[in-house]
Design a protein around this ligand. Structure first.
Ligand SMILES: Cc1cc2nc3c(=O)[nH]c(=O)nc-3n(C[C@H](O)[C@H](O)[C@H](O)COP(=O)(O)OP(=O)(O)OC[C@H]3O[C@@H](n4cnc5c(N)ncnc54)[C@H](O)[C@@H]3O)c2cc1C
Length: 332
């Protein structure tokens, strides 16, 4: 009897879990359950949640490789396919942002090749697309799963939940009100009107893009300035994003440059502080953090008056410049 492992959900979490599982020398029976029609893509990267023009906020350099890196996979694609997603096949590189749906195709291709790899390594894989798990029932010595169409007779030794996050839809959409960008907005024809978007999160920007792209396109000039060119010059389209705090989401790149290797606030230095006991530990750790920042970026440290700050006042000082700036310019 091989160990029977169920993975519920086959987005990136399910995929990276699957990649790790099949490295084991012991043959496993792996069952993958995906409520969507195609396994291995992930919620933000499907046509149900994204439009071809919506970009992922993560580039190849930040994506842990599966069978191939995202960049290598893009390079192996026919140029016409990349062009059809608006990616210039001659200029993209590891830092190019690509449409989410193209990233979804990468994940899907990697999923298919991982399944082949798993089988070649002697694992048994069973894929259940279009299958939504509605309950996980622990029983003596095993776990049972239930689907939305009824219980399964299969029993599992391990169940891994990789279902991502859910969006509460607390209201029904109408033709002029959408409680979330995924309540039909992506496919709806929105007339050129006054549109209000509550919030400025990435989802809010998605919602604004879903409307704006129906009425024109964003163009970048030689200086990198972005402007919107409407299809109809007399358009009545006006989009307002309403923000409680006045800030846009931070562009959060995974790039350990230029701060690594750390000089002061190292894991060893923090471990030494921990060994000295809990008393005053936050202040001592904070002191190391400040010393690190002063060492790495003395000008910036001076500009926010770092030496006058403490762990409580740091956040306000950190955000002050951002709050005073035009949020779009800052995000850019
Ligand atoms: C609009 C939006 C855009 C985003 N864009 C980016 C981005 O550009 N870059 C980035 O790094 N991150 C982005 N994210 C964050 C994103 O959630 C993660 O990058 C990633 O998708 C998380 O992977 P996951 O596998 O945990 O979850 P998901 O991608 O949500 O995958 C979960 C999978 O489980 C399936 N599933 C759920 N419930 C069940 C069930 N009961 N039974 C069977 N299957 C089930 C779903 O269909 C889905 O395929 C975005 C998030 C949102 C909401």
């Amino acid at each position: 009897m091989t160990l029977r492992v169920a993975i519920v959900g086959s987005g990136p979490t399910g995929l990276y879990t699957f990649q790790k599982l099949i490295e084991t020398a012991e043959p496993l029976s792996i069952f993958i359950f995906e409520k969507g029609d195609r396994a291995g893509i992930g919620m933000p990267y499907t046509s149900e949640t994204a439009d071809r023009r919506m970009l992922a906020n993560i580039a190849s350099i930040e994506i842990p490789p599966l069978n191939q890196s995202y960049h290598d996979w893009l390079t192996s694609q026919p140029k016409a396919i990349l062009r059809s997603y608006g990616v210039d096949p001659d200029t993209f590189d590891v830092r190019t942002f690509t449409p989410r749906m193209l990233l979804g195709e990468y994940y899907r291709a990697q999923f298919v090749s991982l399944v082949g790899k798993a089988e070649a390594r002697g694992h048994f894989v069973s894929i259940h697309e279009g299958t939504e798990i509605s309950d996980v029932v622990p029983e003596a010595g095993h776990v049972r799963l239930e689907t939305t169409v009824g219980p399964m007779c299969e029993k599992f030794d391990r169940v891994i939940l990789a279902t991502g996050h859910m969006f509460p839809i607390d209201d029904d959409p109408t033709d002029h009100y959408y409680p979330s960008p995924w309540s039909g907005l992506i496919d709806a024809d929105i007339p050129a009107a006054e549109v209000g978007v509550m919030g400025t999160s990435l989802s809010a920007i998605d919602a604004a893009m879903a409307v704006a792209c129906q009425h024109g396109q964003f163009l970048q000039d030689r200086d990198g300035e972005l402007s919107f060119r409407p299809k109809d010059s007399g358009t009545k389209l006006r989009i307002t994003l309403l923000s409680r705090s006045g800030v846009l989401p931070e562009a959060d790149f995974y790039c350990p440059i230029p701060y690594e290797p750390l000089a002061v606030c190292t894991p060893d230095a923090l471990a030494t502080e921990r060994e000295l006991g809990a008393r005053g530990l936050l202040d001592r750790a904070y002191a190391l953090f400040i010393e690190e920042l002063e060492h790495d970026d003395p000008d910036w440290s001076k500009s926010i008056g770092l030496d006058e700050l403490d762990a409580d006042s740091f956040a306000d000082a950190y955000f002050a410049a951002r709050l005073q700036s035009d949020p779009f310019r800052w995000a850019r």
